[in-house]
Design a protein around this ligand. Structure first.
Ligand code: SF4
Length: 72
């Protein structure tokens, strides 16, 4: 899966870090870093993190179907 965080929107509330700490990390006080291509096994926690983000900064882009379609 692929995720994008709109860092202009992100206010460093850290909800995503609590819910998916393998994927999202806060460095310093407000700088969010994240794994842009987390394993599909993390889908549920990433979806929970996206839903919990107060400013809806986390976008989940499911390429699975599109990629498979393009490859075949
Ligand atoms: S929950 Fe949203 S605002 Fe908070 S750190 Fe994560 S992406 Fe940023």
């Amino acid at each position: 899966m692929r995720i994008v965080v709109d860092l202009n929107r992100c206010q460093g509330y850290a909800q995503c870090v609590y819910l998916a700490h393998e994927v999202f990390r806060l460095t310093g006080t407000e700088a969010l870093t994240y794994e842009p291509n987390p394993d599909d096994a993390r889908r549920l926690e990433v979806e929970r993190a996206a839903a919990a983000c107060p400013v809806r900064a986390i976008m989940i882009d499911r390429l699975d179907g599109a990629e498979r379609g393009a490859a075949s």
